[in-house]
Ligand binder design. Structure first.
Ligand code: NAI
Ligand code: MG
Length: 508
């Protein structure tokens, strides 16, 4: 068993505004109407800092998914519906307004996110909420720029004939979106922003652990003036509501973020009607520090933040730290000191730097890996314990003396746990970095520019950060090689994935 080190958790009351939002059961949003689940059931949402229930939310299931998909389908298939007659400029302004309203309600959204997910409110206010607003603002700009081409064609079997051929990009249709709990509001934005920019209709299923900010965002989207039925939000469990959405025959595309295991189930569920699939899945990202780098202090801070940001609950967390031999001890010492200095507490406490993990399930999972590491003979330099008896807190953890075949080195832990190992050969470290089923992200720390680019080119990962880590932007595509996923979020790439190309050929 993993040991438990003491931790005092101050109890903090949410603001009156947030209390009002959570005091009565939150409903589903279908066809512009907030409503109970067809079954009448609700499920509890917990404060991860205390393990206490804080809200009840309508529990969507297959019947609710049917209703939501039918509402979205009806809008999409009606060419005279307000959503389909809107000009691109009007649609862009509507999406822009969602971004503006997110900023207007920034403090409330940050508080709600902190309460539901456990992350520090200050982090939600500095990262999650402004990134959410910026995503809508960025995608609003795309609406007027989704263009096709005119294409000169030759047609060998039609000598002398003239044609006017062009492509247009049309929305895919009704999109089912299934998102996780690590950045609940931001993941909703990553999914909704491009889908709406491209003119799709959506059924969004938030994670059962953290449905609150997506439901609040639903109200904001209505306030922005979204026509009824374009955005439907059905909270519920993965095995019921999520599975029904992924398998639904009237859904044209499913976009999923979560575990690689469930990603594979989504692919199978999608096979029924061969709906389009995009997946943003797990990672076990290498973070490589070369001894030539001239600012070791900044590098150590960067390596610590690469794993400890968001409590390590990031698909791209820099969870495999590879350090060139000569500086290995210094880096391990520095990252461990950074780990020990992190102030743990409830997300709503002003001085909290790291909150609890999101759920008891994740607490079991992460402490399970801490056990596995210790049992397999690795050395826990710092951390390795649960913290306190209440809530789902764990110590930021640094582990050394690992072997590449250990589960803590190969599998995604999704907690504040880094494995650190020395290297002394460039080719060896490139091979070891790539020796993973995943390929989401990688970090390189070096002062040798040519080496940085050479190594970046060799790493099989969708994002490579050089002398920085965890930099996200609405304009920068994000997604995985190998089993880290299919397709990309954000940037211009994501617009392609929410559109179909139609070729039109006119005989002249
Ligand atoms: P999960 O993959 O089970 O859940 C993610 C989403 O998928 C949730 O909305 C869930 O309700 C839904 N879901 C679950 N089963 C489904 C099914 N059969 N059909 C359709 N939808 C389904 O992830 P979970 O259990 O929350 O976390 C387990 C592990 O997954 C974590 O420890 C972490 O390693 C990884 N994970 C990766 C994330 C990422 O950002 N890539 C995010 C969350 C978890
Ligand atoms: Mg699961």
């Amino acid at each position: 068993m993993v040991a438990t080190a003491p931790l005092e958790i101050p109890s903090i009351e949410p603001s009156a505004r947030v209390r009002e939002f959570i005091q009565s059961p939150r409903q589903l949003l279908i066809n512009g109407q907030w409503q109970d689940a067809a079954s009448g059931k609700t499920f509890a949402v917990y404060n991860p800092a205390t393990g206490e229930p804080i809200a009840q939310v309508a529990e969507g299931d297959a019947e609710d998914i049917n209703r939501a998909v039918a509402a979205a389908r009806k809008v999409f298939d009606d060419p005279s519906h307000a959503w389909n007659t809107m000009t691109p400029s009007e649609r862009g302004r509507l999406i822009w307004k969602i971004g503006d309203l997110v900023l207007e309600h920034a403090d409330e959204l940050a508080e709600l996110e902190s309460l539901d997910n456990g992350k520090p409110k200050g982090v939600a206010a500095a990262a999650d909420v402004p990134l959410t607003a910026d995503l809508f603002h960025y995608m609003a700009g795309w609406v007027t720029k989704i263009e096709g081409n005119t294409i000169p064609i030759s047609v060998p079997y039609a000598p002398g004939a003239k044609f006017h051929a062009y492509t247009v990009r049309e929305p895919v249709g009704v999109v089912g979106q299934i998102i996780p709990w690590n950045f609940p509001l931001l993941m909703a934005a990553w999914k909704l922003g491009p889908a709406l920019a491209a003119g799709n209709c959506v059924v969004l299923k938030p994670a059962e652990q953290t449905p609150l900010t997506a439901l609040r965002l639903g109200e904001i989207i209505q306030e922005a003036g979204m026509p009824d039925g374009v955005v439907n939000i059905v909270p519920g469990f993965g095995e019921t509501a999520g599975a029904a959405l992924a398998a639904h025959d009237d859904v044209d595309k499913v976009a999923f973020t979560g575990s690689t295991e469930v990603g594979k189930m989504i692919v199978q569920a999608a096979a029924g009607n061969l709906k389009k699939v995009t997946l943003e899945l797990g990672g076990k990202s290498p973070n490589i520090i070369f001894k030539d780098n001239t600012d070791l202090e900044a590098t150590i801070a960067g390596a610590a933040s690469a794993i400890f940001f968001n409590h390590g609950q990031c698909c791209c967390a820099g969870s495999r730290l590879y350090v060139e031999k000569d500086i290995f001890d210094d880096v391990v010492k520095g990252v461990s000191a950074a780990a020990e200095a992190i102030k743990l507490g409830p997300g709503l406490a002003a001085d909290t730097e790291m909150g609890p993990l999101v759920s008891d399930e994740q607490l079991d999972r992460v402490t399970g890996y801490m056990n596995a590491g210790q049992e397999s003979g690795a050395t826990c330099v710092t951390g390795g314990t649960r913290r306190g008896e209440q809530g789902y807190f764990v110590s930021p953890t640094v582990i050394t003396d690992t072997r590449d075949d250990m589960s803590i080195v190969r599998e995604e832990i999704f907690g504040p746990v880094v494995v650190a190992d020395p290297f002394d050969d460039l080719e060896e470290i490139i091979d070891r970095s790539n020796d993973s089923a995943y390929g989401l992200a990688a970090g390189i720390w070096t002062s040798d520019i040519a080496k940085a680019h050479r190594v970046a080119a060799r790493l099989r990962a969708g994002t490579v950060w050089v002398n920085t880590y965890n930099i996200f932007d609405a304009a920068l595509p994000f997604g995985g090689y190998k089993q880290s996923g299919w397709g990309r979020e954000m940037g211009r790439e994501v617009i392609d994935l929410y559109t179909e190309t139609k070729a039109v050929c006119v005989g002249l």
